[in-house]
Ligand binder design. Structure first.
Ligand code: ACO
Length: 422
């Protein structure tokens, strides 16, 4: 046997040697010695819930790789459509494969007129775009019931194309509905990200010029968000998917998990936080409040990164390129000052708290003209290939339904009193 650990049940004196495989151990081996004793790990801090070949992450070293390729290399060389293909299918596309993939995606981008009229227009005017997006993705389940054949590889591929293709259309529609401007149909002649910008900010009659610097920056942001292994939203997708629910409701559950301010909703929360610190002089007081537990420093900290998030490093460069076109974001200085103060403070050093991907992304989105409610929607567009790749991988693995154990802390058995005795 290679590396292993031995555990002994001190109640019986029985021991068992358990092999360590790929840095982990099989819970089944523990259970054979200790039936009925569960690991109590509600946040999955020490529990692997998946075997996956999609993304490698070493939080201590600050490494992130999609299918083996370092994020720093992909970020400089491959566009979002190439990376989506890589994440979903496992290899970078050839030029012909990429052209065919982009055509396939572009053809699937339009959304049925009824979807706009009957579903999107049913929301209140001030409905948050993430609420609309989550409901919209779930509603797609009713338009494409053929997606329920989740064990069929060809069927899964069709749904993955549809979802990647329609996310920007749905996202732009959620925005245009909220501002009351007519929906703009997808333009097959534009690339994925340029088309999204045109559906967001263009006119029905056309004539919208996509700024190449902003397009490239947004495309790169999508690349940086494409996957991040077993994060909260991907885990939600895997758990819901394990029940063989269709991919639309499965992705809606992932998007719902993303919405929370501890996860993808942090990009919105960071900008709201920066706007709430009214002057530069208040930064020190704000940090004192964080250390006292009054509030969190949003955009800082991560369950697995105990080093600078490599995506945040790349984003800082993107920010400068975008600000060269749009003019600097007045909140940037505040963010830089917060980062400087936090990185020199023992509270943050001792807890290994560094900026994460959300610390700078919101500032970039804001400078590009996106309203704050759209920030997490943008994250969702980028993350869609990752969610789908994990769902597809799970289906291909023929995994069992996810069903954790619990540590019961309630009453022992007791008799039901009649209503007058309560
Ligand atoms: N500000 C202040 N203190 C923090 C922060 C923060 N942003 N993050 C963690 N801490 C503190 C915790 O209070 C804890 O302190 P303690 O040891 O004195 O109790 C310590 O650092 C360890 O943190 P945990 O709570 O164990 O971290 P966990 O892994 O559970 O949470 C999370 C990670 C949710 C990301 C957390 O760091 C956080 O809330 N950050 C702010 C929100 C955010 O930016 N989220 C985006 C994450 S990236 C993404 O999902 C896309």
């Amino acid at each position: 046997m290679g590396e292993s650990i031995t555990i002994t049940d001190n109640r019986t004196g029985e021991s068992i040697e358990i092999p360590i495989v790929d840095g982990g151990i099989d819970a089944g081996a523990w259970s054979s010695l200790l039936p009925g004793i569960w690991f109590d790990d509600p946040s999955f801090s020490a529990t692997s819930g998946a075997s996956s070949s999609i993304t490698y992450l070493d939080g201590g070293a600050g490494l992130l790789r999609y299918r083996g390729y370092p994020i720093e290399q992909l970020a400089g060389t491959a566009g979002f459509m190439e990376v989506a293909y890589l994440v979903v299918f496992g290899e970078l596309p050839t030029r012909d494969q990429l052209d065919a993939w982009c055509d396939e995606i572009a053809e699937a981008a339009p959304i049925h007129e009824n979807f706009h009229k009957r579903i999107l227009e049913g929301f209140r005017d001030d409905a948050h775009a993430m609420g609309v997006l989550i409901a919209g993705i779930a509603a797609m389940s009713t338009f494409w019931p053929d997606g329920k054949d989740v064990e069929d590889t060809t069927c899964r591929r069709t749904q993955m194309v549809r979802l990647i293709a329609k996310m920007p259309t749905l996202a732009a529609s959620a925005y245009r509905r909220s501002v009351g401007t007519p929906y703009v149909q997808p333009d097959h002649g534009l690339d994925y990200t340029g088309n999204f910008l045109s559906m967001m900010f263009g006119q029905r009659e056309g004539g919208y010029e996509v700024d190449p610097v902003l397009r490239d920056a947004l495309d790169l942001l999508f690349v940086l968000h494409a996957d991040h292994e077993q994060n909260c939203s991907t885990t939600a997708a895997r758990i819901v998917g394990s029940s063989h629910a269709d991919p639309y409701v499965t992705l809606a559950s992932a998007a719902a998990a993303l919405y929370g301010p501890r996860h993808g909703g942090a990009n919105e929360a960071v900008v709201r936080m920066l706007e709430g610190i009214s002057s530069y002089d208040q930064v020190d007081d704000f940090i004192t409040g964080v250390k006292a537990g009054d509030h969190k420093l949003m955009g800082f900290g991560h369950r697995v990164y105990k080093n600078y998030d490599p995506r945040a490093r790349i984003l800082k460069d993107v920010a400068h390129k975008v600000f060269a076109v749009t003019g600097t974001n007045p909140l940037l200085d505040m963010a830089l000052k917060l980062e400087e103060v936090a990185l020199a403070d023992d509270y943050f050093i001792s807890r290994s708290l560094y900026p994460n991907v959300d610390f700078y992304s919101g500032l970039i989105y804001q400078s590009m003209g996106f309203p704050i409610e759209m920030f997490t929607v943008l994250f969702a567009i980028g993350r869609t290939p990752g969610w789908l790749a994990h769902w597809d991988e799970l289906m291909a693995q023929g995994s069992r339904i996810a069903r954790p154990r619990q540590v019961y802390t309630g009453h022992a058995q007791r008799d039901v009193p009649s209503i007058d005795q309560r």
